[in-house]
Design a protein around this ligand. Structure first.
Ligand code: G6P
Length: 606
């Protein structure tokens, strides 16, 4: 994972490097560092932990230099210490790296035999010594990098600078995203266009296997085979403003509150409001003839996909295969002829999702992706990109991106149902109307936010928490449990309510809160029976439901009353209380809500 930046500037670049890194902290925040070319040698500053530690270090030990690279790290190889922080360097060369060098052990052993002394536990250091080695053999920086790239296996995005070369930076991309920014007499490098937004909106994305030789006057790009290639320059729409928290204490709170608005925007993109019908983009495949759908994603996006499966199977009567991306590809799942594969990703850069997309593409599937970052690799490699209009999501725990993903999947289910004749026009209008009411209902849930604070006080004392749900509430139970464990570090598990008696019931005693997601739908009575099984064993039930109190025949520790809604839309609504419960519990526990330990927003390693 990690975020990388580079600047060939007109004046000192340290401050701008840090500014760009701030925009990349979503990719990791275990350590940060920058390196610059200072006349004939390289200098660097690094610090363990978040970027603010590096900023402090730079105040007491400033760094000069017009050419520099920077890095914010999510540790893969080696503990997150200053010693293992990027940039890594030798006397000749300094490197920042995102990804994993798979053959670093072999390279390191070989270079050590040749006399190179390593002083970190990282895979990246092998790249530095490899390039250094080639330069010591008399190769120029460009020749040395070209030779080294031929020897590296794995996934990487690299930014490289050289001692004594103030007007040179080399970038390389294989499996991890990289964007080059064009300024006037200045050039930039970044893991994404957002990092470069304050400096330029003229962006060239490197393709797989590309590497680029950058000077202040421009860039030469080569493909894997070493042929000079042209890659288009595009205008980035990334906002130059760093998104702020507004009146909220955390980005996560702000993003939860933004949901009514961003869901409206997203729905408006897929619905003809006047006609009350879905207006879905052409996916380049006849939806009436799709015989099977494959959905794949990771984390929260996977749970959105799971809701999508329930909807599509129920309303469009198409069988849906769904799996987490890291499993689907490796179990070599057979793919149907003429099938449609749908990928869900906030960042559009998740390595496992991308690899599975490529597996499905090679297997002849039509590829559609539901993405929040329109310029992302997953969006660009899809036949059709279906944007969520959630805006930048900064909190590592996904909230508004999830409900926007659900909004697109709901519209996809309706579009498929209409095309296949399983939903009538009148039914479509009824369901569209229900979707259009979602933002209003979510606003009313958020207005009652205060009730979550008291429940969170209780949850914060628990060691384990169970979440139960049936039907589309099952993925919401899974997502609710994920939210709680991600940001409060309390162990939480989501289960299908019917599965309770097959194991998890053994965990229940008076210390285990059980959060039951149970809208008053066709499955409600069944879930109530499971709730009674919990109550009989002393479990503390927190019910999230629109059912009136008299319909619930067991005692509750808390009842989160939900607005009455059409059952089709309940996943969108019931996600919100689970987000608020997790958020307020984390606040009570005093954890780092927006940047929880060990996690990162965008996971670009397998
Ligand atoms: C990380 C994030 C999760 C996210 C998952 C998939 O694990 O912490 O919040 O759901 O990646 O990310 P994507 O960008 O593909 O939706």
């Amino acid at each position: 994972m990690c975020g990388i930046v580079g600047i060939l500037g007109k004046s000192s670049v340290a401050t701008d490097l840090v500014d760009a890194l701030r925009r990349l902290e979503y990719r990791g925040y275990d350590s940060a560092g920058i390196a610059t070319v200072e006349s004939d040698h390289l200098e660097r500053r690094r610090a363990e932990g978040k970027l603010k530690n590096l900023e402090k270090r730079l105040l007491s030990e400033p760094l000069a230099g017009r050419t520099g690279i920077g890095h914010t790290r999510w540790a893969t190889h080696g503990r997150p210490t200053e010693r293992n922080a990027h940039p890594h360097m030798t006397a000749e060369v300094s490197v920042v790296h995102n990804g994993i060098i798979e053959n670093f052990r072999e390279l390191r052993a070989d270079l050590e035999k040749k006399g190179h002394v390593f002083d970190t536990d990282t895979d990246t250091e092998a790249v530095v010594h490899l390039i250094s080695h080639h330069m010591q053999q008399g190769l120029s920086p460009v020749e040395a990098v070209r030779a080294a790239l031929g020897e590296l296996q794995g996934a990487f995005a690299l930014g490289i600078i050289f001692a004594g070369h103030d007007d040179l930076m080399i970038a390389a991309r294989q499996g991890s995203p990289l964007a080059i920014g064009h300024g006037s007499g200045e050039m930039y490098l970044g893991s994404d266009a957002i990092a470069l937004a304050p400096f330029t909106d003229s962006i060239t994305y490197l393709d797989e296997g590309d590497w680029a030789v950058m000077h202040r006057s421009g860039v030469e790009i080569y493909d894997r085979a070493g042929n000079r290639v042209d890659r288009p320059m595009v205008k980035s729409v990334a906002s130059s403003l760093l998104v702020d928290k507004g009146n909220h204490r955390h980005f996560m709170a702000k993003e939860i509150h933004e949901q009514p608005e961003v869901i409206s925007h997203t729905l408006a993109n897929y619905i003809d409001m006047a006609a009350g019908q879905v207006r879905f983009p052409d996916l380049g495949i006849d939806l009436a003839k799709v015989s099977r759908l494959t959905i794949s994603a990771c984390g929260t996006a996977y749970y959105a996909g799971l809701v999508g499966k329930y909807w599509i199977e129920q309303f469009a009567r198409v069988p849906v295969e769904i799996d987490i991306a890291s499993e689907l590809r490796y179990r070599e799942a057979p793919l149907p002829e003429g099938g449609l594969a749908v990928f869900v990703s906030q960042s559009g850069e998740t390595a496992d999702t991308l690899a599975t997309l490529r597996y499905c593409k090679a297997g002849g599937q039509r590829i559609a992706s539901i993405v929040n970052v329109r310029t992302s690799t997953i969006a660009r490699e899809s036949h059709a990109a279906l944007p969520t209009l959630a805006g930048p999501e900064i909190g590592v725990a996904s909230t508004k991106a999830f409900t926007c993903q659900l909004s697109v999947l709901a519209c996809l289910a309706l579009a498929l149902g209409r095309a296949r004749g399983t939903i009538s026009e009148a039914k479509e209008q009824e369901m569209v109307k229900a979707l259009m009411e979602v933002p209003r209902h979510i606003s009313s849930i958020i207005r009652n936010e205060q009730q979550f604070v008291a429940i969170a006080q209780e949850l914060s004392k628990a060691r384990d928490v169970l979440y139960l749900g049936r039907g589309t509430s099952y993925p919401i139970a899974l997502e609710g449990a994920l939210k709680l464990k991600e940001i409060s570090y309390i162990h939480a598990e989501g289960y299908a309510a019917g599965e309770l008696k097959h194991g998890p019931i053994a965990l229940i005693d008076e210390n285990v809160p059980v959060i039951v997601v149970a809208p008053e739908d066709a499955l409600f009575e069944k879930t109530v029976s499971n709730m009674q099984e919990v109550a009989a064993r002393g479990g503390k039930i927190i019910l999230i439901s629109d059912a009136p109190a008299d319909k619930v025949s067991c005692s509750l520790a808390a009842h989160i009353e939900m607005p009455t809604s059409v059952s089709f839309t309940t996943p969108l609504l019931y996600a919100v209380p689970t987000q608020l419960l997790a958020y307020h519990t984390a606040v009570v526990m005093g954890t780092d809500v927006d940047q929880p330990r060990n996690l990162a927003k965008s996971v670009t390693v397998e």
